[in-house]
Design a protein around this ligand. Sequence first.
Ligand code: F6P
Length: 286
Amino acid sequence: MTPFDSGSTIDEILATIADTSSDVREGLVEDRTVSAETNPSGETQMAADIRADELFEDAVLANDDVGTYASEERADPIDGGDGAYHVAMDPLDGSSNLRSNNAMGTIFGVYTERPPASGRDLVASGFVLYGPITTMIVARDDEVTDYLLEKENPQVLAEDVTLPDDPTVFGFGGDVPNWPEDFLDFAREIEQELKLRYGGAMIADINQLLTYGGIFAYPGLKEKPEGKLRLQFEGNPIAHVFEAAGGASSTGDGSILDTEAESLHQRAPMHVGNAELIERLEAALD
Ligand code: F6P
C-alpha cells in the first residue's frame, strides 16, 4: 500500500511522477553534460533536462486520463488523448546546478484546462527535491503533504504542512543592479531582518521556506519587467503550494494564480512566502 493507492486519477498521476523522478535522479549521475540545444526560453539545455523531459512525457501520457503533457523544454504541449487533466512540468528545475553539484528539482502542475491555463485551474501541484534525500511536496484540496521518495514506495513524512509563523530566511534572484528601486528598498529592509540563503535552484530556495519560513523572489527586473520564471511551469504550481500552506504569492500586484494566461512560455515576476512578508512586498512595490 502506498500513499497514492486510492485509485483516483490524481493519485495515479502523482504516483507516476514519484516513480519517474527516481529514474530522473539516477540519470543525473550520467548526464552532467551540456547538450547542443536551447529550450524555448533560449536557455542552454543540459543532457539531463532532455532525458528528464522524455521520461516524464512517456510516463505521464501513458495515463488515459491525461490529455496533454506540456513542458518547459518543449515549444508546444504534446496532446495524448481526451483525458480531462493536463500536466505541465519543469522536468529539471535548476539544472545549471549540476555543474556545481547543488540541489535541483522537478515541478509539476495538474490543470483542468490545456496549458496555457489559469493558476485557478490547478487541481494539484507540487515538486520533487533532489537534495541529500528525495522528497516530494504535493498541494491539493488546500492541503500540503510532504513525501519521502527514497524507499521503494513513497512514504508520508508530514501532513498539513504549513509555513512556520516566525520567518527566518530569504532568497532573491536576479542581479542587484538590475533590481528596480522599489524592490531594492524592500530587499534592504528584509536583509536587516532575515538571513540570506540563495542557491540558484528555485525548488531548493522555496523548499527551505516550508521549513524555516521567509520569502523568495525572482522579481521583475529593470531590463526584463516580466522577470525570469515561467508562469505555467514554475509560478503557478509553486504559488498553489504556498497558498495551500497558509502563505501567499504575488507578482507584485496580486496573487500569481490570478495572472492571465497568455502563452505557454510566458514569464511573470514571482514572490512567495509568509503572508505578512508578501503583504509588505506588495505595499513596497505600489
Ligand atoms: O528557472 C531556472 C532557474 O534555475 C530557477 O530554478 C532559479 O530560481 C533561477 O533560474 C536562477 O536564476 P539566477 O541564476 O539568475 O539566480
